[in-house]
Design a protein around this ligand. Structure first.
Ligand SMILES: [Zn+2]
Length: 159
């Protein structure tokens, strides 16, 4: 999104299209097939969660993505948004329809991945718990810890 100064009136128009719940703030304006909200400013269309980020938190760094902690594409609650990098491969797979509705095309930092592997290699945490902890999908966790999966025997002995 190019840098923009958004007039107060436009900001009011934006929040009028949002239904705030105790959890997510849902976009009730127009949406894409994948559930992302769209908002028009001066004839240009922007993704509404990106607009929410810009008007509530600040400028989105170049080439960065605004991701959802909550995996809910139509959510525009600033607390649920975070800045991540775009994973080309992920996007490519989504485009080809191989991964249907994975919410966040965002990459964890190498440090986070390392931490995840470390935690997992100690074998006292489940994929689900890691997914919750790092706010990513179980599929993402699985992809990252695959190299340090406990051998079958070990896994079995934990059950
Ligand atoms: Zn949310």
């Amino acid at each position: 999104m190019e840098s923009m100064k958004i007039p107060v009136k436009t900001i009011q128009r934006f929040w009028n299209k949002v239904e705030k719940t105790d959890g997510c703030w849902l976009w009730i304006g127009s949406k894409s097939k994948r559930g992302y909200g769209y908002f028009e400013i001066k004839g240009k269309t922007f993704k509404s969660h990106r607009v929410a980020y810009e008007i509530s938190i600040g400028k989105i760094p170049r080439d960065k993505y605004v991701c959802h902690h909550c995996d809910n594409p139509s959510c525009v609650r600033p607390e649920h948004l975070w800045i991540g990098t775009f994973e080309e491969n992920n996007h490519d797979m989504m485009r080809k329809g191989r991964m249907r509705s994975l919410g966040v095309p965002c990459k964890l930092s190498p440090e986070q991945k390392e931490k995840m592997r470390n935690l997992y290699s100690k074998r006292n945490i489940t994929l689900e718990e890691l997914a919750t902890l790092f706010k990513v999908s179980i599929g993402t966790v699985h992809g990252i810890v695959r190299g340090v999966m406990p051998r079958y025997g070990l896994l079995k002995s934990l059950k």
